[in-house]
Design a protein around this ligand. Structure first.
Ligand code: ADP
Ligand code: MG
Ligand code: MG
Length: 251
């Protein structure tokens, strides 16, 4: 599903190398977690996959299925089935949540060669999914994320994810700043979307999210590299001992 090979990334305007050879494969149906100390390059990895500007790929490749992600525009990546939930969801004043989602869903359907959903069809789908996620109809009418609480923003991201039915979901520290209830909601949303045809890359600084979203594989990232991969027990090891032991063992 997602295949990253020897990915090297530097800042565009500065001679600063951030990713130094990332190799990572997330097969369909699996949830992989990426953990690591602050500044290790976790967010940069998700930004580069999403196609955000300011970074330069100096070596390596990234594919979603057989689509070369680095070769196409950000909106084409989304249409190809890549979804990113960011640490700080953007607010879009003046654009209603429902309108935003309908535009996104239809753009994606168009890219897949499918017919657009009519207003009525779309309304039926979004109402059902919003209900599952305990999102009230009022929130669908408000401008995207404007004035939403932290928990509401997260819930809204899960709704976006549910509506877009992506092949590969990347969540970058979706848990930061969340209270226990909101974190449970995000986890439940992710777990409900787990599917044999869908992969997840869950980036998190803390282990607690992984109590709710059980990963198949845990990767530890430091200094722009993946320094260790293992099962869920690796996350527990980090929780108990911090990153120091693992870092020491590899340097
Ligand atoms: P993480 O998400 O693991 O905390 P980041 O990807 O945010 O790590 O950052 C990795 C390193 O790259 C840090 O040292 C950070 O300061 C630096 N960095 C990332 N993006 C930029 C940028 N746009 N300008 C300057 N430094 C950056
Ligand atoms: Mg950080
Ligand atoms: Mg980060």
């Amino acid at each position: 599903m997602l295949t990253i090979k020897n990915l090297h990334v530097k800042l565009e305007d500065e001679d600063k190398q951030i990713l130094r050879g990332i190799d990572l494969t997330v097969p369909a149906g699996e949830v992989h977690a990426v953990m690591g100390p602050n500044g290790s390059g976790k967010s940069t990895l998700s930004y580069v996959l999403a196609g955000r500007g300011g970074y330069e790929v100096t070596e390596g490749e990234a594919h979603l299925g057989d689509v070369d992600l680095l070769d196409i525009e950000p909106e084409e990546r989304a249409a190809a089935g890549l979804f990113l939930a960011f640490q700080y969801p953007v607010e879009i004043p003046g654009v209603g949540n429902m309108t935003f989602l309908r535009t996104a869903v239809n753009a994606q359907r168009k890219a897949r060669g499918e017919e657009e959903l009519s207003a009525g069809e779309f309304l039926k789908v979004i109402r059902a999914k919003a209900k599952d996620l305990k999102i009230d109809a009022e929130m669908l009418k408000r401008p995207v994320n404007v004035g939403f609480s932290g928990g509401e923003k997260k819930r809204n991201e899960i709704l976006q994810m549910a509506m877009l039915e992506p092949k590969m979901c990347i969540l970058d520290e979706t848990d930061s700043g969340l209270d226990v209830d909101a974190m449970k909601l995000v986890s439940e949303g992710v777990n409900a979307l787990r599917d044999p045809n869908r992969g997840f890359l869950v980036i998190t600084h803390y282990q607690r999210l992984l109590d709710h979203i059980k990963p198949d594989v845990v990767h530890i990232m430091a200094g722009g590299r993946i320094i260790k991969s293992g099962g869920p027990e690796l996350a527990i090891e980090v929780e108990v001992n911090g990153y120091a032991d693992i870092l020491e063992g590899t340097s």
